[in-house]
Design a protein around this ligand. Structure first.
Ligand code: TXA
Ligand code: MG
Length: 328
């Protein structure tokens, strides 16, 4: 508990400068910061400070120590922390800064706290594009560990208000930069086995990565333990029950729609949000988590219209399947 967070409106230049200074000072002291990125808001801590990283797990009430994504200012800073195979380098050059995370062999000795990588000999690295995240990394000067800033198992936060709702008493500072642009977490590609592997679909569509590499990404082998909490079957879970690929709306259901054509009996819906009336998957991704939070308060059941699996649709459908999965 740290009391109420200081919240800074990053659209106001004076508040923004004060916010970056306050956030960097909080990180320096081992505190936690709600940091906007282009994907979702992160719960940021000094990745080189084990106690600060431990505070992330306490705040999120994570069931166990999962490895965290380490955010750095540049590919050069990333290469100090990990070994890049030639294909990893190609992805980094093409998609950083941006919504791509690479899991790579960790370079030793490492300045990172062991807890940040859960004691693994690999590290997940990302160079975010969001100007506020970049200003904070610049001011702080060290790598930042940041999972999504939600309580474990909750829907990821795409606004500062979501962060305050979930973690308001656990963070020292929240930098409010409005809704995040992409709205889904980064795509995670692993370079720790024989072939590059898609560990989590996300903000960079699979097709873009495969086009650049000139070959398909492998799927994680079933044998390994789930390395990412986002890979657990039930995750991103609202308390309402989701019914996917709904072609009609049942009585008492809310409707999460997509595209110009609504499912049958749409008028029955007790609440309706259309992720993108014009059927744009990028817009749908940006609206997904806020829509789940909003409908969650309004009905016990949510009918979800079919969403095409192309482009960002793969990641949208992945999050919806996890949100619909039976709870552990
Ligand atoms: O867009 C994002 O990626 C956001 C923003 C804040 O950057 N962050 C995010 O972090 O989604 P988180 O902790 O919610 O998800 C990070 C995922 C986890 O599922 C974790 O298990 C996986 O990355 N991960 C981290 N290090 C790993 C490693 N060494 N090997 C495999 N997976 C790893
Ligand atoms: Mg998360």
């Amino acid at each position: 508990m740290v009391g109420l967070p200081q919240i800074f409106d990053m659209s106001n230049p004076e508040a923004a400068a004060a916010g970056i200074a306050a956030a960097a000072a909080a990180l320096e002291k081992g505190g936690l910061v709600g940091m906007p990125t282009e994907t979702v808001y992160g719960l940021a801590a000094d990745a080189t400070n084990g106690r600060a990283v431990a505070a992330i797990f306490t705040a999120k009430a994570r069931p166990r120590f999962n490895p965290l994504i380490i955010h750095v200012i540049s590919p050069v800073a990333a290469r100090e922390l990990a070994a890049f195979a030639p294909e990893a380098l190609r992805l980094a050059k093409a998609f950083w800064p941006g919504p791509l995370t690479l899991v790579l062999p960790k370079r030793l000795p490492s300045p990172l706290a062991d807890l940040a990588t859960a004691g693994l000999d690999t590290v997940a690295l990302r160079v975010p594009a969001h100007p506020v995240a970049r200003a904070l990394m610049e001011a702080f000067g060290r790598p930042i560990a940041a999972p999504s800033a939600n309580r474990s198992g909750h829907v990821s936060p795409t606004t500062a208000a979501h962060v305050a709702d979930d973690l308001g008493d656990k963070v020292a500072v929240i930098l409010d930069a409005g809704p995040t642009g992409i709205g889904l977490e980064s795509t995670i590609v692993g370079f720790t086995g024989a072939d590059p592997t898609l560990l989590r679909s996300g903000g960079v569509p699979r097709q873009d990565l495969e086009a650049l590499l000139g070959r398909p990404l492998a799927s994680p082998s079933g044998r390994a333990a789930p390395v990412a909490p986002g890979m657990l079957a039930s995750h991103y879970a609202p308390s309402a029950q989701l019914r996917l690929d709904a072609t009609e709306v049942g009585r008492g259901e809310a409707l999460l729609a997509f595209g110009p054509k609504l499912p049958n009996h749409a008028k029955r819906a007790v609440a309706l949000i259309n992720l993108s009336p014009k059927g744009d998957l990028t817009e749908a991704a940006a609206h997904l988590f806020a829509a789940l939070r909003e409908l969650d308060g309004k009905a016990d059941r949510i009918a979800v219209a079919p969403i095409p699996d192309q482009g960002l649709g793969e990641a949208v459908n992945d999050r919806l399947r996890r949100a619909a999965a039976p709870r552990a």
